[in-house]
Design a protein. Sequence first.
Length: 541
Amino acid sequence: MIDGSRLIDTTLTGPGVDPACLTTDQLLTQIEAADRLERVTGANRLQLAATFADQHPADGIAPHQLALPGGDRPIHPGGDGTPELARFCVTDLAGTLHKSTGTTERIIADALDLRHRFPRLWARLCHYEVAALDCQTIARHTHHLTVEQALEVDRSIAELVGRFSYGRLMSQLDAVIIRVDADNIAKLAEQAAEDVGVWINQSNDHGIKGMFIKAKTPAVIRFYAQVARIADILARCGHTGTKDERMAAAVDILANPLDAVRMIAEDTEPTLFDPDPDDDSLCPEPAASDTVRRPSASDQAGSQPHDHDASEPPPDDPDSEDEPPPDPQGDDGTTDRFPRVDQDHRLAELALAAIGQIDPAKFRPDATLYVHIAKETLDTGLGVTRVEDIGPMVSTLVADWLGNCNLTVKPVVDLSVDLTPVDSYEIPRAMRERLFLKYPGSMFPFSGSIGRRLDLDHNIPYVDGIPAQTREDNLGPTGRREHNVITHALWKRRRAEPGTFLFRAPDGRVFLVNATGGHDLGRGQFAQHIWHTSAPIPEAG
């Protein structure tokens, strides 16, 4: 166990203290203490998460919750051999940790896995001998194993944690997993081969977005080769960028198949269309029926003299003044020394002629781009615009993006003016679109839910018979589980003003959520005052 007698000396690290004034020994002592404090904090958090799960067992769910659609349900976040717990309790803990529900559920799963499936490693964690992050990594890598297999991994790996580098530890862990689960590893490999797709990540501040392709190896190799081929063509066409820049430009060209076909067909790469007549290696070997090969001087020099039949023509004499036999002729009657290469020429010409008859617009993708733009930017033509799913952009850059798409101009969506309320519980499509433009992510505290699959929940619960309840100022986006804990559990929500929401957790903690994120106001008198003053005012008779 690490000596815990030395703690961080706040007199050396407090406000106004310049770390540069500390001696090397003082710095090392403070770093060691900070590292220990981090271990203690991480281990305690996992222990408390496991205890929190114990206090909310699945068999403690109220029967009426089980009968409600969307009510509380048992969940089993841990691996084999760990207990179930109540689903709604995860959201309660998430608010306290200032984390999303999904992240909090994974923390609970890690804690339960370590306590029930890795007793040796859990004991070292509780004695602050190892880092919580290393233990959680092991728990997640072995989550699919049975409890017996996990116990075997624990016996093999527990004493190595904190004594090996991270890379060596992971290599050792992989070897142990293969040993205890060899049969399933093969099945997982087969499943991984089917786990394919194409994903894009969020854009950075400069409008650059990444793409990740996961497909079968031959398909990826072919696609990469095609991208590289067009990148090389761009270089021959005068593109002065780096290879990476040309590869990125090639992806954009492939987005329009017609452009890609035209570029490949028009390419004048020497090895295909303009072979060097002095280099026979560039010419495909013709078939015997297509041409007669004349032996070279080296062929004759290495050949042995022999008699010839009188009916056969004599061999070519390199010193003879006779004209050599003509090259075979093509179908059009012209001399064609390189028939296959010229055939490529003709095919390329035909392809270009056919391509010229096609409307390029038919190959361009359709694009819907939601751009939030200020009036000042519209007036001056310069400024910052915010693009949905991308972020802030220079307004001129956004216009460039639309150059290779079929553009449909829609009326400006003025988000400052709400649509007319409706009486039905269902939300009209136009209102739904506007709300997701106003709130691109869940308004629940510290939620990680984003996108257009969020629920739009009535802030004031819908009651049949009351008109105009479905309106923009009474709706807010939340994730499905967040929606359920508000509807069926003890979480409460209020809309203080447009764009500002208040939430109260079951323990009385109040959260304020607006465009700047989530803010924990605590459980004190001030927080309760804010909550009560945000109560909706009943409408007059």
